[in-house]
Write a protein that binds this ligand. Structure first.
Ligand code: SF4
Ligand code: MG
Length: 327
């Protein structure tokens, strides 16, 4: 069956004053209907740029899509008309962000912002739209939705604002929700609540969910599959359980090693040495080689092709088979 979303070999450059930065260098991932895919990577790995390109909200310029394909329910979006893209946005796929304040308009009430979509896009009456907005706030567990619907974003706490943004993103019943670091700005308790809420909504609606995060710990409970990004590529993709148990790429292994473990309270974390490469000067060969404990001559010379070291596992490491075997 055709996946809900299929991103294939996506290439994006940023033309900057300092040169051309290859921000996406052949990104591929798929999301099935009703599935949660976590897209994991450090900042600058290309996770947000991929999502923005999928949504059709990439700033162009400086961003330029130089190749690849984004299909939603089998329909190519990269060559679709701006009008068609606007139709898909909101109703087909919606996106939420780390910073709810930038997504919500400060001069309108939260209710108005939900209702406006319903009136413009669905032709709903003022009254029906209000009733639906109250329902949506209730669905995202905002207490006293009838009162809250009349309030402005600044009257909401950080966590409640995040819930309001989620409600707004659900107004047109999207089949796919893309959440870009939705909990990063929140404290740990609220983070867990928002993550639970997203998982619950995903289940109830049977929606596809793309969860973008730099924190492997955050998605452990909710992801069906995980795509790990590094320097503008997906370097590993697998179902969540297998990836946690036996990573097939040294970068994933390093991310797992850096997770705090419940059975080792208080011990120092093994953080990954070095920094991700500048996208203006991606190293030859494997882009991870300057930080990789397993790097060999071949890694410095030859770009590793993405391949399947085992059924259902994808890795872009020359030695994926050995890594997978725990060697
Ligand atoms: Fe490390 Fe080489 Fe594999 Fe790259 S290809 S991840 S440098 S072992
Ligand atoms: Mg980002």
């Amino acid at each position: 069956a055709e996946p809900l979303l299929a991103v294939q070999d996506l290439r994006v450059e940023f033309r900057t004053r300092d040169g051309v930065a290859t921000v996406l260098n052949g990104v591929s991932y798929e999301v099935a209907a009703g599935e949660t895919l976590a897209v994991l990577g450090e900042s600058g790995s290309g996770k947000s740029v991929t999502a923005q390109t999928v949504m059709g909200i990439l700033d162009t310029p400086p961003g330029v899509v130089t190749g690849g394909s984004v299909r939603f329910r089998g329909e190519e979006l990269l060559t679709a008309s701006p009008r068609r893209r606007r139709e898909v946005r909101g109703a087909g796929m919606a996106m939420i962000f780390q910073d709810a304040l930038s997504a919500l308009n400060p001069v309108f009430t939260v209710g108005f912002q939900i209702e406006e979509q319903l009136r413009v896009r669905r032709g709903m009456s003022r009254r029906d739209a209000r009733a639906r907005a109250v329902e949506l706030l209730d669905q995202v567990r905002i207490p006293n939705p009838r009162g809250r619907v009349r309030q402005y974003p600044h009257e909401f706490s950080g966590g409640m604002r995040q819930r309001a943004m989620i409600a707004m993103s659900l107004a047109l019943d999207p089949e796919l929700l893309i959440a870009d670091e939705p909990t990063t700005a929140l404290d740990v308790t609220v983070q867990a609540q928002i993550m639970d809420l997203l998982a619950e909504i995903q289940r109830e609606r049977g929606m596809g969910l793309v969860l973008i995060t730099h924190d492997l710990g955050v998605v452990a409970q909710v992801a069906d599959r995980i795509a790990v990004m590094y320097a503008g590529r997906v370097v590993e993709q697998a179902d969540a359980r297998s990836l946690y148990r036996t990573p097939a790429h040294p970068y994933t292994g390093a991310l797992l090693d850096s997770l705090p473990r419940l059975d080792q309270k208080g011990t120092a974390l093994n953080t990954i040495k070095g920094l991700p490469p500048s996208l203006l000067a991606i190293p030859d060969g494997c882009p991870f080689h300057p930080r990789c404990p397993r790097a060999q001559d071949r890694c410095r010379a030859e770009v590793p092709a993405r391949h399947e070291p085992a059924p259902g596992r994808a890795s872009a490491c020359h030695f994926a088979e050995e890594v997978l075997a725990g060697g």
